[in-house]
Design a protein around this ligand. Structure first.
Ligand SMILES: Cc1cc2nc3c(=O)[nH]c(=O)nc-3n(C[C@H](O)[C@H](O)[C@H](O)COP(=O)(O)O)c2cc1C
Length: 338
């Protein structure tokens, strides 16, 4: 595929859908990434055309305590097109949390059945729910009863290759009134290793009526197209590939809408996005959290650019906001001069 080359529109690959009045015209979603997909990042992804975004995982046990952190994490829900993702293992607490998030303005609720982290699965939450189909079913039913907004479930293929049961969970989801599902095409045991097996999504898509979103290892136009063709999914969810590259959504949108392969972002355009993101972090978190969050994102934005290692080293030692802005300007200006 050559830059600037126009092909036939590929929109038939993506299948837009509507659930409970929520239209997902461009079914390419930003994935939930704990500690990363906060409001500033979600807003950026939406500005670049993501069809829907998902919050970081919101632990239901913490949410019902309404502590300061959970209130900050949910404060923006009324202003964006976001699903609020909840995790936990207690059906009543999950339902109560979902109701609270609906009241906070969430467009929909997503139930986490895919998190592989030991500290989550040891509480029977996240991917551990796939090992207990009855409990998974009760959670879906209780949350469904609690809210009228769209409800989705994000799962993996199963616990390990010997217990692939995403189809069972998908069927239970459909029967419980879940509106759509997302499948990260790996097992819990795989964590993030190996390759996402998109082909294992197809039999699930063919067996159920509700929309299916494919997830895992989608990084560019080629993998996006391939994943859709192999999985037969309605749409895609993108996580790690959007880090430091939120414009990936715009690139995918142009491609799927018109067949256009847009030229890569210039350094000047990248700098403009970075500065906008930094300002949003400062507005949302204030100091000193804004600096800590900025360092993380700047490491992703600068990846692969000239002198990135030195830049990261420098910003990791900066505590002052103005100094940070100066370092960023200097870094990008030097790149623009080349
Ligand atoms: C740092 C990190 C944090 C994540 N946090 C969550 C989370 O809070 N909830 C969730 O369902 N998945 C979470 N995931 C999984 C992603 O949503 C996604 O399923 C996975 O990264 C595969 O997609 P990708 O290849 O596009 O990144 C996380 C993944 C990473 C790398």
């Amino acid at each position: 595929m050559k830059e600037g080359h126009t092909q036939q529109p590929l929109s038939p690959c993506l299948t837009p859908f509507e659930v409970r009045g929520l239209k997902v015209d461009f079914p390419v979603l930003l994935a939930p990434l704990a500690g990363i997909t906060d409001y500033p990042f979600r807003r950026l992804a939406l500005e670049f055309g993501a069809g829907l975004v998902v919050t970081e995982m919101l632990a239901s046990q913490a949410m019902i305590r309404r502590n300061q952190k959970s209130l900050l994490m949910t404060s923006s829900l009324g202003q964006e097109r976001a699903l609020a993702q909840i995790s936990g293992a207690n059906p009543q607490i999950m339902a109560e949390t979902a109701r609270f998030l609906q009241d906070m303005g969430a467009m929909g609720i997503d139930i986490n059945m895919g998190c592989p982290q030991p500290k989550v699965v040891k509480t029977c939450a996240g991917a551990a729910l796939m090992q207990d189909e009855r409990l998974a079913g009760r959670i879906m039913e209780e949350v469904r009863k609690a809210v009228g907004i769209p409800l989705s479930v994000k799962m993996r293929l199963g616990w390990d290759m010997n217990s692939i049961n995403a189809l069972n969970i998908a069927r239970i989801a459909q029967e419980s009134g879940v509106d759509f599902i997302t499948i990260h095409a790996r097992t819990r045991s795989q964590m993030f290793s190996g390759r996402a097996q998109w082909e294992l999504i197809r039999p699930i898509k063919e067996a159920i009526k509700i929309p299916v979103i494919a997830n895992g290892d989608i990084t560019d136009l080629k993998s996006a197209t391939e994943c859709l063709l192999v999985s037969g999914a309605n749409g895609l969810m993108i996580g790690r590939a959007a880090l430091g590259r939120p414009w990936l959504f715009a690139r995918l949108k142009a491609y799927f809408d018109t067949g256009d392969i847009t030229p890569p972002m210039t350094i000047g355009q990248q700098r403009e996005v970075v500065m906008r993101h930094l300002q949003a972090l400062l507005d949302f978190y204030g100091m000193p959290t804004a600096v800590w969050m900025a360092r993380k994102h700047l490491a992703w934005y600068s990846k692969g650019l000239r002198n990135a290692a030195g830049f990261r080293d420098r910003i990791n030692r900066i505590e002052d906001w103005q100094e940070l802005l100066f370092a960023v300007q200097t870094f990008y200006e030097a790149l623009e001069e080349i």
